[in-house]
Design a protein around this ligand. Structure first.
Ligand code: SIN
Length: 284
């Protein structure tokens, strides 16, 4: 039986996220790992610096949070490791080894699926000396900052998400979907306000890219509302900015956050990240 160890932590931002100190994940025992999982569930995001993890160890680690999820664009997974997706601007033999600028634009991962991923983990393999920060926005803090009247207006609204629309309109990596990708990724609807299954806390849960409309509201009014809420949730009081170092592991709970990558000088620097997902459940 494991007993979660109480770990040394410091907040990433007042009231949101935790950096876990003095833990070497590759060597950690089961009780320490249970402490890491417990810290994640209490704080919405965790950071561990100075890690040295093989792809197989990363898969084993993410499996502590839930069954590792497959990736939609399979051509960018690490050879021999289908659960590890590569984000990179490197090319080998003239071919990209990963997706470049894949996560730029505020979003929540896999929102175009009926059961979006519960958490996302990024492991920094190589990072630019400047730029390429990852930003996380706290949806619970944003929800709690709204007036009761505004909360009442928003609660119950639903958003239409479309992978096909996302891939046809995104700034980077635009793509006409194959018949197979169209078939595997039909449009879905999700609530705008999401309830966390662990403790019932509510979060603003809009997204950009995949959202085509607020159900029952005409455009442009619907999309203007989504833009307004994304701008509010991603304003300074609710955002943590992570500056990467090689060996960092950053994980966040997609049920109560939005995130975005940021640009960097890709003529000067290389950036390579390994991304893993753990399966989630149907939002309500
Ligand atoms: C992502 O959105 O999955 C990646 C974000 C980043 O590259 O910083």
């Amino acid at each position: 039986m494991t007993t979660a160890v109480q770990l040394k932590t410091r907040e990433l931002k007042p009231g949101f996220g935790a950096e876990i100190l003095d833990v070497d994940l590759a060597q950690a025992d089961a009780d320490t790992l249970a402490g890491v999982v417990d810290t994640f569930h209490r704080h919405g995001a965790i950071l561990l610096r100075g890690q040295d993890m093989t792809p197989a160890q990363l898969v084993e680690f993410v499996a502590l949070f839930g069954e590792p999820e497959d990736h939609t664009q399979k051509q960018f997974t690490l050879p021999g490791h289908p659960k590890v997706f590569v984000l990179s601007n490197r090319e080998v033999d003239g071919k990209p080894i990963g997706a470049h600028n894949d996560g730029v634009g505020w979003h929540t991962d896999y929102s175009y699926k009926a059961q979006p991923v519960m958490c996302t983990m990024l492991y920094a393999v190589e990072v630019p000396a400047e730029g390429s920060d990852t930003l996380l926005a706290d949806g619970c803090a944003a929800w709690n900052a709204l007036s009761p009247e505004r909360q009442k207006e928003l609660d119950g609204l639903r958003l239409h998400h479309s992978y096909q629309h996302f891939m046809a309109t995104r700034e980077f990596g635009r793509q006409e979907l194959s018949d197979e990708l169209k078939r595997d990724n039909p449009d879905v609807e999700h609530p705008l306000i999401r309830t966390h299954p662990a403790d019932g806390r509510k979060a603003l849960w809009p997204s950009t890219g995949t959202v085509t409309e607020v159900v029952g509201m005409e455009n442009p009014k619907g999309l203007e509302l989504v833009d307004e809420l994304v701008a509010f949730m991603t304003s300074e009081p609710f955002v943590f900015r992570h500056k990467w170092q090689v060996g960092d592991i950053l994980m966040w709970d997609n049920r109560c956050t939005l995130h975005t990558g940021t640009l960097y000088d890709d003529t000067k620097y290389f950036r390579t990240m390994h991304r893993l997902w753990a399966k989630g459940d149907a939002p309500y």
